[in-house]
Write a protein that binds this ligand. Structure first.
Ligand code: BTN
Length: 246
């Protein structure tokens, strides 16, 4: 169990305080929505009964196999959510790479991919001035228990490496990386993070379909979009939801 006692040794900053652990809840997103808790408050569950992903999809996993958590953020007004989404993806990818010793990439806008399988997903939801950053990481699921999904197949840290993991240090590392990158983003904007993001861009060079045709994915833009070079040589920067892998 990733209770407060188990995770406390791995918390070094302000993220994770308070730490609200639930054996089961509908969605950790809803534990934080509407609360007056400080920035960095975290809700964690061993199991969710109504876990959700982007675009109205469900997010499911067996009890205690994954890291299911939400982090309360209170960014300044006017912060760009597409940028914040990339920052969160970077932090999760960096933490997983460091903890597990594998290459972890960002599949724009904010999936984390290891060995061409989706291992983590991020869901940003706004609630007035607050952003609730939901993070789901498949950790110890085996092949038989991973969800079947369209597009990129689901993977877990266990399926990628053949090992089982203690979730507490991984959760602590994710919170540490998120705090580090989020604070840097607020202080200096996205610019200094662009090279780090570019180095983890899983989509770059892959064939994609957009509203105006087929092309090849390129670099992230400073406003959190991704460039697609059309087969006719045109370049367009597309927004989340406007691109499909082919
Ligand atoms: C996605 O890939 O579509 C985003 C998935 C986000 C899942 C996490 S699990 C913890 C938090 N609570 C939820 O209901 N969703 C997020």
């Amino acid at each position: 169990m990733i209770t407060e006692e188990a995770v406390a040794p791995f918390l070094g900053g302000r993220f994770g305080r308070p730490y609200l652990w639930h054996a089961v809840c509908p969605s950790t997103q809803d534990v934080l929505r509407g609360s007056d808790l400080p920035e960095g408050a975290v809700a964690v569950a061993e199991q969710q009964t109504a876990g959700r992903g982007r675009s109205g999809r469900a997010w499911q996993s067996q009890t205690s196999a994954a890291i299911l958590m939400s982090v309360l953020l209170r960014p300044e007004r006017g912060i760009e959510l597409p940028q914040l989404s990339l920052v969160a993806g970077l932090a999760v990818a960096e933490a997983l790479a460091a903890e597990v010793g594998v290459t972890a990439l960002i599949k724009w806008p904010n999936d984390v991919v290891i060995r061409d399988r989706k291992v983590a997903g991020i869901l940003l939801e706004t609630d007035g001035d607050v952003v609730v950053c939901g993070i789901g990481i498949n950790v110890n699921q085996d092949e038989a228990t991973l969800p079947v999904r369209q597009g990129l197949p689901a993977g877990s840290l266990a399926s990628a490496t053949g090992k089982q993991y203690d979730r507490a240090p991984i959760l602590g590392a994710v919170l540490g990386a998120l705090e580090l990158r989020y604070d840097a983003f607020r202080a200096e904007g996205i610019e200094p993070l662009i090279p780090l993001l570019g180095a983890r861009n899983w989509l770059r060079g892959r064939r994609v379909q957009t509203a105006i045709g087929i092309g090849t994915a390129g670099a992230f833009t400073h406003d959190g979009r991704i460039v697609v070079i059309g087969d006719d040589g045109s370049a367009e920067a597309v927004r989340s939801g406007e691109l499909e892998l082919i």
